[in-house]
Design a protein around this ligand. Structure first.
Ligand code: NZQ
Ligand code: ZN
Length: 386
């Protein structure tokens, strides 16, 4: 096991009707900016619950943060933060609203020339404007981590940022919120969380027995609850297990002391930036090709995953590893998720070259757990995913 340090300061308030506990978490005398997305919270009752809980707090609102939070929209929110002297941010939404809020938390205290540089120059945020979240969509884990991904339509870019100052102070997780989520977004959430675990697991054995079993248990739980969540989002037991699995998949715990990959996300983000494909779906497009391309380097973990998660007991290590990739792809299909780029766009020719070129320009010359995924290999993997 590798050496590690672990600190996650986010307070989780989990369970039925937990949104009413919101008022206790916001500091007295705070001037709050309530941030939300396209308006789903107004139709499903979450907005009303939040407003009721914040009755005695000064609240200004900023709605309209789109999926894949857009820089230009966030810059409008930043203006509100500055002119209204906002002291606290409250994100009510899924990963997009929470990530947008993290960007604002960083940008509000950023003294450099343009906040976009936080993303392009990899500036880690040590201290941001404090914020909390009310999660409305289990998927990204953003509610309990310190990362964010921001999109800029103008340049078709999607870049990550983060730092120890960007953990939410608290996150409220009421699994009942999933009852209004469209099936497509539920499938996205399951796929995203599943792939988060794979990114932190599908590398090479390092004798981290507990981390492996943490990871496998999250995968098993997601597989078990997936059909129940899709069939009946009011099934509270399934909803609560789904929600907690998504949070645990990316709150830092399972990646401690083990090598991590994250190349599937790096390539996937480009597909969202270029074609607007939902984040989770880009992962389902890239992951099978990525694992096939890196079969030799990853086969031991692939086989272990096959055995322990998919109960593949027959055959050699190679057989089990290959069957595990097939099972993974079949799982995505069962969720209604296509796994080839050509199923999302007719315009896919040239994509692999474009992504490879972008990685070269950014100096991303060695991704993955071995830091040997060069842009030419990226090109091959993306082509395999056409
Ligand atoms: O805009 P609203 O009205 O809120 O509607 C949203 C949106 O249309 C809707 N929705 C959310 N909760 C709902 C609901 N509809 C009905 N009922 C509810 N309770 O769902 C749609 C998608 O929302 P979004 O927030 O975009 O989804 P998700 O949570 O999947 O977030 C995706 C974003 O997170 C980033 C992705 O790249 C993408 O930009 N990620 C963030 C990560 C992180 N911070 O750690 C890690 C991930 O790998 C990912 O990259
Ligand atoms: Zn993801």
């Amino acid at each position: 096991m590798n050496n590690f340090e672990f600190k996650n300061p986010t307070k989780i308030i989990f369970g039925k009707d937990s949104i009413e506990k919101l008022s206790k978490e916001i500091p007295e005398n705070a001037k709050v900016l309530l941030l939300y997305g396209g308006g789903s919270i107004k139709n499903n009752g979450i907005y009303k619950q939040v407003k009721t809980a914040l009755e005695n707090v000064t609240v200004i609102e900023f709605g309209g943060i789109p999926a894949n939070p857009e820089y230009a929209v966030l810059m409008e929110a930043l203006e509100v933060i500055k002119t209204e002297n906002i002291t606290y941010l409250l994100a009510v939404g899924g990963g997009s609203v929470i990530d947008g809020t993290k960007f604002l938390s960083a940008a509000a205290l950023y003294e450099g020339h343009s906040p976009w540089n936080i993303l392009t120059d990899n500036i880690r945020t040590e201290k941001g404007l404090p914020f909390g979240t009310v999660l409305t969509l289990p998927a990204t884990g953003s509610e309990m981590n310190s990362g964010a991904v921001i999109t800029r339509a103008e340049t078709k870019e999607k870049l990550g940022m983060g730092g120890p100052g960007l953990f939410p102070e608290f996150s409220i997780l009421d699994p009942q919120v999933i009852t209004s989520i469209p099936e497509r977004q539920l499938a996205n959430g399951l796929t995203d969380a599943f792939t988060h675990v794979l990114e932190q697991y599908m590398t090479y054995p390092i004798g981290a027995l507990l981390q492996d079993r943490f990871a496998e248990s999250i995968l098993q739980t997601l597989i078990e609850v997936a059909p129940r969540v899709l069939k009946d989002p009011t099934d509270y037991e399934a909803a609560s297990n789904f929600m907690w699995s998504c949070t645990m998949a990316l709150n830092g715990l399972i990646q401690k002391g083990v090598p991590t990959d994250w190349a599937v996300h790096a390539m996937g983000h480009e597909l969202t930036a270029l074609f607007g494909i939902d984040h989770a779906r880009t992962l389902a497009v890239i992951a099978p090709s990525h694992y096939k391309y890196h079969f030799e380097a990853k086969k031991e973990k692939l086989a272990q995953y096959g055995e322990r998660v998919w109960n593949i007991t027959e055959g050699s290590t190679d057989d089990k590893a290959y069957a595990a990739i097939e099972k993974t792809e079949a799982f995505f299909h069962e969720l209604g998720i296509n796994t080839k780029l050509s199923e999302y766009t007719k315009d896919y020719e040239g994509t692999a070259e474009t992504i490879s070129q972008r990685f070269t320009e950014r100096g991303w010359l060695g991704l993955g757990e071995h830091k040997n995924l060069t842009p030419d290999k990226v090109e091959k993997i993306v082509k395999m995913a056409y």
